[in-house]
Design a protein around this ligand. Structure first.
Ligand SMILES: [Zn+2]
Ligand SMILES: [Zn+2]
Length: 397
């Protein structure tokens, strides 16, 4: 009896030990979140492309973030993000005394383990971090992050490490990333704490001209920059919007209260890593920020066209009052300003179409028509600083 109790205790202890060990060695396992459809970011595909939701700038404990990479993966799954990059500062390593990781691919590796069995595309990326004027540049679709940093006799102290890391020229890190076929973008160019001057620096301009910096953050976190949007359009740079999250998405963007992280909608041939990369280089992007869609007209207009539809509900008997409905298949609340020759019965010039909803209204057409074209200026979309796209919605009556 005594013996058998002892041995069953040993069995239990053995099982506990196995469980404990497996917990130690599989710390990348992601908590599987329960998906809340109200929270996921949803935009329809366009006529020609798949709309891929990406966040290409986030942080974990492997630089100055406050969560393990698996938490970033869980958040991405909760938000309906299709492609995620955890882009650690290579040089800024405030947790270095506790996490002195010599392999700069660790955050990516951990995220890949955490994302196993899901459709999430994990993108290998890093944030090249220098003092002004180079500032911060993200490189995504890397093959080896370790090639982007050189710190001989690396000091353990984070401050000394950062100082020593600045010695290797930013240009060398950029060139190493380009060598790997990476997509590079200039981060938060409007970050006044570091970049005290507005506009493009020679460093960024030269690299953009040389085809080594491909994009620019027009949106970063809670900031949108008209100046950066202008720079993007003038220099042929790809429009990027990212969360740059360091804490929790829930704290910073309150998705449970209707908010969302900023993302880049990439118009891709398919939902694969290869095609997302191709679409980025082809500049087919839209930043989704608060309730704004920001990008080139050639991308924004097709997305609006696939999001909205106009349908007729027939004329009111014996009148020239046409009843119509505009439906919306996207997360954006569309604010449409009437540019057509007609006026509306129940509205002024502004028609608001709720996200994933519809609005019914009556158009005064003067005489019965067979078809109608309604032109609108889309106030919640930008195709240049302070410039809204125009669309025409048509239907038979
Ligand atoms: Zn940064
Ligand atoms: Zn960052």
């Amino acid at each position: 009896m005594q013996l058998s109790l002892f041995s069953s205790r040993r069995v239990v202890a053995g099982i506990m030990l196995i469980l404990f060990c497996s917990r130690i060695w599989s710390h990348g396992a992601a908590p599987t979140p329960a998906i809340d459809p109200d929270r996921t970011i949803v935009f329809p595909d366009t006529e020609d492309y798949v709309t891929v939701i990406t966040d290409l700038h986030t942080h974990s404990v492997f630089s100055d973030g406050h969560v393990w990479p698996s938490v970033r993966v869980s958040e991405a799954l909760l938000d309906g993000v299709d492609a995620l990059a955890i882009t650690e500062h290579l040089e800024y390593q405030p947790h270095r005394l506790d996490i002195p990781h010599p392999d700069r691919n660790r955050a990516y590796d951990e995220a890949v383990v955490a994302a196993k069995g899901t459709d999430l595309i994990v993108v290998r990326g890093s944030e090249i971090t220098r003092n002004f004027p180079a500032g911060h540049v993200n490189a995504v679709f890397l093959t080896d992050a370790n090639e982007l940093i050189k710190v001989p006799n690396a000091p353990l102290d984070p401050g000394e490490f950062y100082a020593a890391s600045q010695e290797w020229p930013a240009q060398a890190a950029i060139d190493a990333a380009v060598e790997q076929g990476a997509f590079l973008f200039w981060n938060h160019p409007f970050w006044t704490e570091q970049d005290r001057q507005a506009g493009v620096t020679a460093f960024h301009e030269d690299n953009a001209k040389a085809g080594k910096i491909h994009g620019i953050e027009v949106v970063n976190g809670n900031g949108y920059s008209e100046e950066a949007f202008e720079v993007a359009l003038k220099n042929g740079l790809v429009v990027i919007g990212t969360s740059d999250v360091h804490n929790l998405i829930d704290w910073d963007y309150k998705p449970h209260a209707g908010g969302h992280r900023p993302v880049t909608l990439v118009l891709s041939k398919s939902r694969t890593s290869k095609d997302v990369r191709e679409a980025l280089f082809a500049k087919r992007t839209i930043a989704w920020f608060k309730n704004l869609l920001i990008g080139r007209s050639s991308d924004v207009v097709p997305l609006i066209r696939s999001s909205l539809s106009l349908q007729s509900e027939g004329y009111r008997d014996g009148t020239s009052l046409a009843r119509v409905v505009i439906g919306n298949r996207s997360d954006a609340t569309f604010e449409l300003v009437n540019l057509s020759q007609y006026t509306f019965l129940e509205h002024g010039s502004l028609i608001v179409v709720p996200a994933h909803g519809e609005i019914h209204f009556t158009v005064k057409t003067s005489e019965p028509l067979e078809n109608i074209d309604l032109q609108f200026s889309v106030r919640n979309a930008l195709v240049a600083p302070r410039s809204h796209p125009e669309i025409t919605l048509s239907t038979a009556l």
